[in-house]
Design a protein around this ligand. Structure first.
Ligand code: BTN
Length: 269
């Protein structure tokens, strides 16, 4: 039997102090990120959480569409108003990926057959090498000030392999890997709790600790990769991540390149 996934169930499951002080849960929206951004522009305090059972205009990174069948995934956006320097905006992306990673890691320890999850730079969470979650952070700045960030994430909770369609090779779901239905309320409450604790670390200046944990979870480092940089595809060995989150690649043709945004694919050659 499906467990309850509604506003009241989520509110009762939350253990957070800030994130989720106000929760909205909708059967269908365009994009939860858009709804949170509109609320932010109207002066909503940080901590608002908007969740949907279905998005008809869900957005992913790099201008992509994010689709998920209704009633099976976690589709959520959180409003944050960080007080740290706007030059550290990337750290919220790191924190969101890490929050999801931590929760999935705990879940996967109950399944000895599964390897530990990983993060594909910058913020895809992978299980058994396939994507189970993606993060889309969108920030607005007012002059030199950081006005707000919308932290949006999608987690493939209860999806059958056939529902993944063409993405079956590269994506998976928690239910497929764990062989049981996932309680989305508990999953989301746990992610929001981890996100809050990482956010408080950032607000308290512990950027290095958050970065170090994220860097340790990255499966990308040391691998041969191809990444679509703004200037076209580059291939080489991923060497490290810089403090600002950039991926440093030693290019096959010689030299190093810092990648700020892009889509990594592993390359055998
Ligand atoms: C990615 O991997 O490309 C990021 C996907 C982010 C999807 C989430 S679902 C909830 C929120 N609302 C959106 O429109 N996008 C994010």
């Amino acid at each position: 039997m499906s467990t309850l996934y509604n506003q009241q169930a989520l509110t009762s499951a939350l253990t957070t102090a800030l994130i989720g002080h106000r929760v909205e849960m909708h059967p269908q929206v365009g994009s939860t990120n858009d709804l949170v951004r509109e609320a932010a522009r109207l002066g909503e305090p940080e901590g608002l959480v908007i969740v949907a059972d279905e998005q008809v205009a869900g957005r992913g990174r790099l201008g992509r569409v994010w689709t998920a069948p209704p009633g099976c995934c976690v589709l959520c956006s959180v409003l944050l108003r960080p007080r740290i320097s706007p030059q550290h905006a990337f750290y919220l992306t790191i924190a969101a990926a890490l929050a999801i990673y931590r929760v999935i890691k705990v879940l996967s320890t109950q399944h000895s057959a599964l390897s530990t999850p990983t993060i594909k730079w910058p913020n895809d969470v992978l299980l058994e090498g396939r994507k189970v979650s993606g993060v889309l952070c969108e920030s607005e700045f007012a002059g030199r000030d950081w006005a707000f960030t919308v932290v949006g994430f999608g987690i493939n909770a209860n999806l059958r392999p056939d529902e993944l369609g063409d993405l079956r090779e590269t994506a998976t779901s928690l239910s497929s890997e764990f062989g049981r239905e996932i309680d989305r309320t508990r999953l989301l409450a746990s992610v929001l709790s981890e996100l809050e604790s990482l956010y408080f670390m950032l607000q308290g200046g512990q950027l290095g600790a958050v970065h170090a944990e994220w860097a340790r979870a990255l499966e990308t480092i040391g691998k041969r990769i191809t990444v679509n940089d703004f200037g076209g595809a580059v291939t080489g060995k991923a060497l490290r991540v810089d403090p600002d989150g950039a991926l440093v690649v030693r290019l096959d043709g010689g030299g190093e390149r810092r990648i700020i945004a892009g889509d990594v694919a592993f390359s055998d050659r």
